[in-house]
Unconditional design. Structure first.
Length: 152
């Protein structure tokens, strides 16, 4: 068995994604591997009976800048952990971009956080993690962030 040398982490900047990123960095340190942190986003498109409204160039630029700033902050918070971390921002369908970047960067492992949505929330919102897992051609590690203790 070949141990992973390039670990791709997909983030949506949620707590579960942060937990997955931390796990991947710790794993990479133990394995002497590198981490690639990816954020993929779709530009908003709103449909109306008379047409559609697509994000302006200014809005697209703001989204891209915000995504890059989020990646910068996430990587800066983990800079002292002794692991090389690359950053990638992509526009597109998240689960498709995860696979595309994994192929381009020759990732050996994909690490993703799961929100653990169930019922109507999962049916309505879908599950990026589930789509990544179902369509993966390489190993995928999921990190589940348990809900905060409501009694605390």
């Amino acid at each position: 068995m070949n141990l992973p040398k390039r670990i791709l982490v997909a983030t949506d900047f949620s707590e579960s994604a942060d937990a997955a990123f931390d796990y991947a960095v710790d794993l990479a340190k133990e394995l002497r591997a590198n981490v690639i942190l990816l954020h993929a986003y779709e530009l908003p498109i709103y449909g109306f009976p008379s047409g559609a409204l697509v994000a302006s160039a200014e809005m697209a630029s703001r989204i891209m800048t915000g995504a890059q700033e989020g990646l910068d902050a996430a990587c800066k918070a983990r800079a002292n952990r002794g692991v090389e971390i690359a950053q990638v921002v992509r526009q597109g369908v998240a689960w498709e971009e995860v696979h595309r970047v994994a192929d381009e960067m020759n990732a050996d492992l994909i690490v993703i956080g799961t929100h653990g949505r169930q019922g109507i929330a999962r049916a309505f919102l879908g599950s990026v993690a589930e789509k990544i897992i179902r369509t993966a051609t390489r190993p995928v590690l999921t990190v589940h962030q348990p809900p905060a203790n409501k009694n605390a």
